[in-house]
Ligand binder design. Sequence first.
Ligand SMILES: [Zn+2]
Ligand SMILES: [Zn+2]
Length: 253
Amino acid sequence: MKTYFSKLLLLLAFSVILTACKKDDDASENDDRSENLLGLGQSAEDLLSDDIYKTLVVEIVYSNGFRPEQETIDNLRTFLNQRVNKPGGVQIVETVISPPEGAPYTTQEIRDIESTHRTRYTNGDEIAVYVFFANGNASGDTASSVTLGTAYRNTSVVIYQETLQSLQVDRFLVEATTLRHEFGHLFGLINILDDDIHPTNHEDPDSNKHCVVEDCLMYFASTIPSTLPNPTAADIPTLDPLCIADLQAKGGK
Ligand SMILES: [Zn+2]
Ligand SMILES: [Zn+2]
């Protein structure tokens, strides 16, 4: 059983890489949402700096039974306050929806759910991020390989919460790590738009858009529970100095 389970988690890594880092250039819906229909990484500077947007609003959307733990929400707020430069602050708002149908979800279905249920868009001096905690799994999942989360647009993330809840792991640790990791991709890590200005190239040659530093949050395996040091006492992986330098180069802290 134990062997089986660690094999499952190992395969998870590859799935997270392939899906979390896919660029998406679907920008054809209606106008006042246009700021939120850009490709992954394209709002990194707007999210991190205070040049244009003074406040960051994170809308967490879920149906009953799929809310992340309160500790996870509080932890995300702490992480964002550490990294983004927003004098107006970081607000996390929650939207409870009736359970969408159609799981397992394709990326198109995830986009359709966003289009129906997202209520907060970038507006004035507020930039908005949408995070859907899905009541189902990803369509590409197999018996041995599942996806935990994907950042699929400039301000859009899906966390496959049903999948996450089915794993026999520390819920808070995996929720918080997966969320922080996907925000790292929204912030442009690693080199998502080939504009990484840090002189040391720290993109992992073996894992596209992930960090070469093994204990970094953006290392490809950082969202794999079995690779965390000690599940009962482990901390969430932090960003290494190279990743932090990239965020600072784009106006972050
Ligand atoms: Zn990733
Ligand atoms: Zn790193």
